[in-house]
Design a protein around this ligand. Structure first.
Ligand SMILES: Cc1ncc(COP(=O)(O)O)c(C=O)c1O
Length: 400
């Protein structure tokens, strides 16, 4: 192995959300709120960023850019930037993109918040699949659009789309659904939708003239042997698909604030550019170029390491929590585990994160943090050195 994913990196006092911002984010308290464990004692397995170093190739590119001494106003003026990303999409997804569709966004959450009013009117509503990444719902809430849920079906840890439910809701004129936000791969379940499933969902939207936003932020973090298909690749002529991709999860660059939003519709793209054609950070620009051009090997090793972390959790649950419902997900570094058979009866499902924080000193996300259909689940982040995961699992075992 060329890269060291076992390294323990001190994130204290870096103003990291993961390390310093958990009280405000998870518990909505102020930064001085007291818990049963001290800050140094907590194990952090919550928000989706990694405890691994960003690839050294990316850090070197940022350092080299700093050596150019001036950090002035910056935009992408070089064609090489888009060529690099085009090559990435070709190499990894056999997807021939048109870079003219791409607009830049500081993140996918801001992109969702911006897109909703550009795509649908106030009396039109949004469909999401639950359990869901909460900002999908918030993008509707913040823009005063109604958000409707279609619960995913689950059997033995395997998730499936409830097509009958989706179709019923989409065809119900009184609900006026005009936008479907798809998460592929899905957070929190890690499910990578098959081409067959994507075609079925896509056709349903096309036949009913519905916009699709496909959030594919986790698409590079696949288990070995799994392939991801961008839904836009399957429907190259449907203008009402917006695809969101980013280097942020893949290369631990969330603070880089760069993501790629593919908008095919000329009018919508024009409006986006009128409102949001911002300057970008020169450091982010070179970081993104380095990530997509020099880090395939790093990503390969990361994926192997994550695969082994998942195997560890699987073996541990089989021995110590045989009645937990857990399946290694197709993608992401997030384990989604149903602990219904182990949680004490008096534990409030709305307070699972608090229960684990005070009982085990682990910061994780309870199923209630994923809109709906997540009772008795915990989501733990496995993008950390194996020694930390082992300690975390022991703590959970001892508590339950
Ligand atoms: C599905 C999904 N979309 C978007 C984001 C966040 O995107 P960004 O940091 O680009 O706003 C996350 C982060 O966890 C996510 O899981």
């Amino acid at each position: 192995m060329k890269y060291n994913f076992d390294e323990i990196i001190d994130r204290k006092d870096t103003d990291a959300l993961n390390y310093d911002g958990w009280r405000q984010y998870i518990f909505k308290t102020d930064k001085d709120a007291q818990f049963a464990f001290t800050d140094n004692e907590f194990i952090r397995m919550w928000v989706a960023d990694m405890d691994f170093s960003t690839p050294p190739e990316v850090l070197d590119a940022i350092k080299a850019r700093l050596d150019r001494k001036i950090l002035g106003y910056t935009k992408v003026y070089d064609d090489e930037y888009y060529q690099i990303f085009k090559d990435w999409c070709h190499r990894h997804y056999d997807w021939e993109i048109d870079p003219r569709e791409i607009v830049l966004s500081p993140g996918i959450i801001p992109a969702l918040n911006r897109l909703v009013p550009l795509l649908i009117k106030e009396d039109e509503s949004i469909l999401i699949q639950t359990p869901s990444y909460t900002p999908f719902k918030q993008a509707g809430d913040y823009n005063s659009r109604q958000v409707l849920y279609s619960d995913l079906l689950e059997e033995d840890g395997e998730y499936a789309v409830d097509f009958a439910d989706m179709e019923r809701k989409i065809k119900d004129k009184s609900l006026n659904i005009k936008l479907f936000i798809l998460c592929n791969p899905q957070n929190p379940t890690g499910k990578v939708w098959t081409e067959e499933e994507l075609i079925k969902m896509g056709k349903l939207c096309i036949e009913n003239d519905i916009w699709m936003i496909s959030d594919e932020i986790h698409c590079d973090l696949l288990r070995n042997g799994v392939t991801h298909t961008p839904i836009a690749k399957l429907f190259p002529h449907y203008e009402k698909i917006v695809t969101c991709m980013a280097p942020s999860k893949t290369f631990n660059l969330a603070g880089n604030l760069m993501s790629h939003i593919f908008i095919k519709d000329e009018e919508v793209k024009k409006e986006w550019l009128r409102l949001y054609d911002d300057f970008i950070s020169p450091l982010s620009l070179v970081a993104t170029k380095a990530a997509y051009s020099q880090c395939d090997e790093w990503l390969k090793e990361l994926r192997n390491y994550l695969d082994d972390n998942f195997k560890l959790v699987q073996e541990f649950t089989q021995i110590h929590f045989p009645k937990a419902n857990f399946k290694i997900p197709d993608s992401t570094y997030l384990a989604w585990i149903n602990l219904a058979n182990y949680l004490p009866e008096d534990v409030d499902n709305q307070q699972l994160s608090l229960y684990f924080a005070n009982k085990t000193g682990i910061l994780l996300e309870g199923g209630n943090m994923f809109v709906s259909n997540g009772d008795n689940y915990i989501r733990i982040n496995l993008a950390c050195p194996r020694t930390i995961i082992k300690e975390g699992l022991e703590r959970i075992k001892n508590a339950l």
